[in-house]
Design a protein around this ligand. Sequence first.
Ligand SMILES: Cc1cc2nc3c(=O)[nH]c(=O)nc-3n(C[C@H](O)[C@H](O)[C@H](O)COP(=O)(O)O)c2cc1C
Length: 628
Amino acid sequence: MLMINTETKNAHLKLPNNEKSSPNFDEIFRKAIQEVPVGIVITNAQAKDNPIIYCNKTFCKLTGYNPNEVLGRNCRFLQGPKTNPETIALIRRAIEKAEPVKTLILNYRKDGSTFWNELQIYPVFNDEGRLTYFMGTQIDISTKMELFESVMNAKHEWLITADAINDLIILTDADGKIIRCNKATATFFNSDFPKLIGSSVRELFASTTFDSKDDAEDLLLVTKAEFQFTDRTGYYEISNYPITVNGNLTKRVHLVRDMTSQKEMIAQLEWLNKAIQQAFDSIVITDTNGNVEQVNKSFERKTKWKNSEIVGLNLFELYFEPSSKDIIAEIQSKVLNGQVWDGEYISKRKDGERLYEEATISPIKDEAGKITRLLHIQRDVTEKKQLEAIAEAINLSENIGYIFAGIRHEIGNPLNSAKTALNVLRKNIQQWPCEKIVEYVDRSLSEMERIEYLLQTLKSFNLYEDVELKPVRIYDFICNFVKTAQKNLEDKGIRIFFDSEEDCKDVTVSLDSRAFYHVLMNIMSNAVDALEEEETPFIRIRLWQTNSTVNVSISDNGCGMSQEQLNNLFKPFYTSKKHGTGLGLVICKKMLAKMNAFIFISSRNKDNASLNSELGAKGTTVHIAFSV
Ligand SMILES: Cc1cc2nc3c(=O)[nH]c(=O)nc-3n(C[C@H](O)[C@H](O)[C@H](O)COP(=O)(O)O)c2cc1C
């Protein structure tokens, strides 16, 4: 069905004059025009305001109007408030000049919705060359436009993003001519964006500090390089990315980043790292669980652990004495609450030898305030402890009143028992049988012997009052001591071992040989007593040195001691042995103090498993440290 305006129905529609056209051709042609997927309108150029005299089905479908609503009207009814007036003016001028026109115009459908109309208008002339009609075609390209808009938006966003970046971004063609660059690039080279386009990127980098031109050119070809400009301060890093299409280089992206502050930060960190490495105190950084991340040189020297060996291991488990469990719990609760822990603990070197340390453990927080690491600063106070022990020992030996009270008690008791026994004997001597008299005399004599033994021990308390200190090669000294003791120990089934660090073999210590021998004998005899019930008894002597001390330890795998015994070890007259005087270790401590050494004893038995000994389940370790 061809729709023709009634007012203009007499107007002649000039269709192609084809020789071979059949009588039905016009009909076929009209039908075909109805069906083409392009909107078609024909207007009467002769009538006032160019009224529509024909529109096809596609036009109706596209605009939502039916033919009756359209015929006789000018096409501008398709325009609306957002239609560009400049486009309308362009069409108007073309129509006035009877020229063809092709444009893109925003049109409105009957329901008010909009679409992008790719409009073409052609003037149609009659045989006399007079303008008679206009034919217009409409194609809806809204989808294409949306796509175009989104591409344009994306491109725009990319440009905004590139401009927001402080690094320089330069896109060049394969010959190094600048195609595009971001704002930062233009500002950096004191230029305008348009001026840079088309210029050579090599010229921009001409002032780099390279010796040869080739090197400077390589700068734009290598994947990554650091460089400087001669005419400005600072350090820069360039990254170059080639863009290839089908294997051919088409473009290059050059990214330049100012590394000055980063370099300064690295330099500062290097300084800090040097300071940490060279610090006198040991420094350890762990995660919040105590897993080691880094240790400094001082820690390596002190503990014999290498940074590479200890990283990843747990400091609390590995380095702290197991007896420090409570301390570890206290440290963790404090530092994980953001506080600093200050205190002392006993730790061990890689070879298991004991260290006495003062430490400060502080939480390290990240920018969000979350605790991520712990900083341990440790100071070896073995020497300080030693001095304290010496002071304590000297103080003890000066506390004569206390010692006399002890002596009065220790001698008074057997004396009283003997006196009582003799008095009873005196009263009954007439009527008692001979055996009873002998029993009472023996009882009195045994009390006298006890007094005699005590007096002998007291003699040795003063024995080495004035020690004679001479340099002694301690390794040789202990070797001789072990040789002397060996026979006696072997008879008792006790094995003895002596381990020494290689570098201790020539070390000399200032000591009084007789006094030190006495001390070693005393400790050995305690060990032998402790090993009485042991099936595979042994004694191990070790010798090693730290920065400031030479150390000897004597360990046994005997019955060990309770916490109470340990607490009272150095109290005069305290003894857990049947026939002990409670003076042996007091005397040892005093003698060692005179030789600038201190003694520390750790032990564990079945009741006191929390305390450590290198010997496993039970045993005792006596540690003697000489100041050097
Ligand atoms: C054959 C023909 C088809 C036209 N089709 C459209 C159309 O689809 N959409 C539109 O906005 N304008 C179309 N126009 C243009 C308007 O009819 C009109 O010429 C234009 O708005 C400029 O004139 P004005 O400034 O008098 O409005 C067409 C014009 C002709 C002659």
